[in-house]
Write a protein that binds this ligand. Sequence first.
Ligand SMILES: Nc1ncnc2c1ncn2[C@@H]1O[C@H](COP(=O)(O)OP(=O)(O)OP(=O)(O)O)[C@@H](O)[C@H]1O
Ligand code: SF4
Ligand SMILES: [Mg+2]
Length: 347
Amino acid sequence: MSKLVEVKNLCVDYITFNGRVRAVSDVSFHINQGEILGLAGESGCGKSTIAYSLMRLHRPPALISEGSIEFEGRDVLAMDDDQLREFRWKETSMVFQSAMNCLNPVKTIEYQFWDIFDAHGLVSSRDESIEKAKELLRIVDIPTERLFDYPHQFSGGMRQRVVIAMALALKPKLLIMDEPTTALDVVVQREILQKVYQLKEQFGFSILFITHDLSLMVELCDRIGIMYSGKLVELAPAKQILSQPLHPYAHGLGDSFPTLHGELQEMKGIPGTPLDLQNVPPGCRFAPRCFKATAACREQEPQLLQANEQRWVACLEPLKIASQAQQPEPLTQSHSEPSETTCAEAL
Ligand SMILES: Nc1ncnc2c1ncn2[C@@H]1O[C@H](COP(=O)(O)OP(=O)(O)OP(=O)(O)O)[C@@H](O)[C@H]1O
Ligand code: SF4
Ligand SMILES: [Mg+2]
């Protein structure tokens, strides 16, 4: 599979009155053509900041201070305004975290589709815009006669479908979905995501899927990245990340997750609270909450290292899983010095 997006050593800061907050720290990953990559992690760990950075939608006080983002080999961080206008929505589009509030309450849905098509010079008349908009509504199973309604006349689930239809309007190669169904009930959530999956199969786009719902994520995604306090701490095939976690934080997430099968088990959760990003201590950021922490963990910052062909982990003492160890390789060159204890040694 060829790479669509490649992010290397991405660092994003927010410049606040109280100083610089590094919300995303040295994050590297890629998304293949047609792949669904999930990003999970506690609130405030930097997921939306990454999503905004991929489309260069971040605004001051946010600043991409280090790293690179490539889209089909093109440098997204070097694009000028004209190139960005072409890039956004045509190549990468986004369903925002508060998608239901993205619609303009005083304009009909028809007008909002027209706005998109017109801005990108895709149609030569209003009638053509209406035909294209109806086509998109059909794709997300909304009756076409609803095109002339206002957002308040739709249910939450329908508004969400409209927003997804708009995000697909220019047939992007990457769809970023930042908690696209958070405010919806589980049945509607599932219906919408099944629809998105069908569309992905039909049109072949890739998806970056951000959610707190790990069960949805495991079902939908090919691979999942787990973030903690601005760092990517594990990247693995979706089916393995909870059943065979390598990072203690991923293990804790799995333990916080109810199962309907087997014996009744107490959910353990993860003790403690996330780090204050303005006071990041030396060593591993997860150490104050980690059941495997050693003295070395409080001094040395672990890098994301390759544990086997498909898995990367940033931990000095990764959890053991059978015969997974291989010679580690850094995913990319890190800004910090490599640690002496390697991933494979610890395995
Ligand atoms: N405009 C801003 N100014 C200052 N700090 C910000 C700003 N936006 C985000 N942050 C900080 O950056 C960090 C990452 O925020 P981000 O929104 O990316 O997290 P998230 O993982 O998407 O969280 P959630 O799951 O709650 O959506 C947080 O600590 C947040 O407080
Ligand atoms: S490096 Fe140490 S503290 Fe950090 S997750 Fe691994 S074992 Fe825990
Ligand atoms: Mg967010």
